[in-house]
Design a protein. Structure first.
Length: 164
């Protein structure tokens, strides 16, 4: 999907789950992640490679070295371990959760993110800017008539641990 003719300026995750035998096709796919777009907070991307294409087509002279390589064993978590004490607790009045705080340093001055804009494409194909919290609230409200209906479904679902 991310080969020729696709303009994905904010692609932060590239998942490789097919065998790729062409270095040109590989570079086209990976190239979608390399696009920087400061207006949308797109400053990095992650590759999840299940078929070892990154090993097959590794070219440090062209691509440089990866920032991080995480190869979990079957018993390890999918997500890499945190790099330190950059976790903060976010409490927005409704949900309390831990979140990793991004740190940026520009010209020896520490800066922070003022806001994050979240966008997605609606069913009609138009780009919508809305917080993920508002989107989720609206979507869940459409699916379930009440909190009790949601909790009943939630508590009966076996796969909820994956979401948690």
């Amino acid at each position: 999907m991310l080969t020729t003719g696709v303009d994905t300026k904010t692609c932060k995750l590239i998942v490789l789950d097919q065998i790729i035998q062409s270095p040109i096709k590989f570079k086209q796919i990976i190239g979608r992640g390399t696009r920087i777009d400061e207006d949308y907070g797109k400053m990095f991307f992650t590759i999840m490679d299940f078929k070892k294409a990154t090993e097959l087509f590794a070219d440090p002279d062209f691509d440089g070295d990866p920032v991080q390589i995480y190869q979990p064993k079957p018993v390890d978590p999918i997500v890499p371990p945190d790099a330190g004490d950059d976790e903060v607790v976010i409490d927005d009045g409704e949900i309390s959760r831990k979140q990793t705080r991004d740190r940026y340093v520009i010209a020896d001055e520490e800066v922070s993110v003022a806001f994050i804009r979240e966008q997605y494409y609606g069913k009609d194909g138009k780009l919508i800017t809305e917080s993920i919290k508002d989107y989720t609230r609206k979507t869940v409200s459409q699916e379930y008539a009440s909190l009790d209906a949601f909790l009943k479904k939630w508590n009966s679902t076996e796969q909820k641990q994956a979401i948690i």
